[in-house]
Design a protein around this ligand. Structure first.
Ligand SMILES: C[S@@+](CC[C@H](N)C(=O)[O-])C[C@H]1O[C@@H](n2cnc3c(N)ncnc32)[C@H](O)[C@@H]1O
Length: 246
């Protein structure tokens, strides 16, 4: 039995998550998979988001990833970056003050769409309208936000299927009826290293995502972004887009 088996979300030392190591491995450079996901999500939000600049947006379990929040930026009046981990909240607060240059290629993937092109300084805008909020997603209040993202969280915070499913349901319930959402997942992940710590994951696939969302969403698309066997530890990424049922 590997050490991370049987871990629930509350068993994990989230406050000591090595934010710099996670950023360096995942967001220092734009990966092809993330570029593809950004295109899918930006097109979805353009189609369904409330009028530009009016929505209350939430990104759940932001970690050191600003691109989900950036995809919501044209439509948001305020953005909540909701995080359980102390180290990640501190990292986010610093990052909003002094963003890494590496976010530019992520934003470039959104360009070419009028809603995104209208924003001249996306990182300044994000810093001025966002708030880093401490919280546990399992305690999220219902119906608080008009648009939402949750990337690599539900399956990457527990080994337990029940918690994976509950995380998806609670995220969806935190959005208003009809709200557009995007959620991304690692496919078939059995856990991941961040610095010298190992974190749990629940190995799920697109059928699990479909099953979880079916009762709570009008699903627009569930797309598997193939990693072409280039990376170890998972077999691809899954991105689900849709509208909250209501
Ligand atoms: C695998 S990381 C994903 C980070 C980021 N969203 C991304 O796209 O790379 C999981 C994130 O969920 C956060 N997290 C873990 N449990 C949580 C909980 N119960 N409520 C909110 N955030 C949580 C962790 O601190 C971490 O930032």
């Amino acid at each position: 039995m590997s050490p991370e088996q049987g871990l629930s979300n509350s068993d994990v030392p989230w406050d000591s998550f090595d934010s710099d190591a996670y950023f360096e491995s995942n967001y220092r450079w734009l990966l092809r998979e993330d570029a593809e996901i950004i295109g899918i999500v930006a097109d979805h939000f353009r189609r369904w988001a409330p009028r530009p600049g009016r929505a209350g947006a939430i990104d759940v379990g932001t970690g050191t990833n600003l691109y989900p929040a950036l995809t919501m930026l044209p439509f948001a009046e305020r953005v909540t970056l909701f995080e359980r981990s102390l180290s990640n909240r501190a990292w986010l607060t610093n990052q909003l003050r002094e963003p890494a240059e590496s976010w530019e290629p992520f934003w470039a993937e959104m360009r070419g769409r009028p809603e995104y092109d209208r924003i001249a300084g996306p990182l300044d805008r994000l810093a001025s309208c966002s708030q880093v909020v401490k919280g546990n997603l399992f305690d999220l209040a219902p119906r608080g936000y008009d648009i939402g993202t949750m990337f690599f969280v539900a399956e990457g915070i527990t080994t337990r299927t029940e918690e994976f499913e509950r995380a998806v349901r609670v995220f969806m319930a935190s959005l208003t009826a009809g709200a557009p959402f995007a959620a991304a997942f690692m496919r078939d992940s059995w856990g991941y290293e961040v610095g010298c710590q190992r974190f749990p994951a629940c190995p799920i696939n697109e059928d699990d995502v479909q099953r979880c969302l079916a009762e709570v969403a009008r699903i627009d698309a569930i797309t598997v972004v193939d990693s072409r066997g280039l990376r170890e530890g998972y077999s691809g990424m899954i991105v689900a887009t849709g509208l909250v049922a209501g």
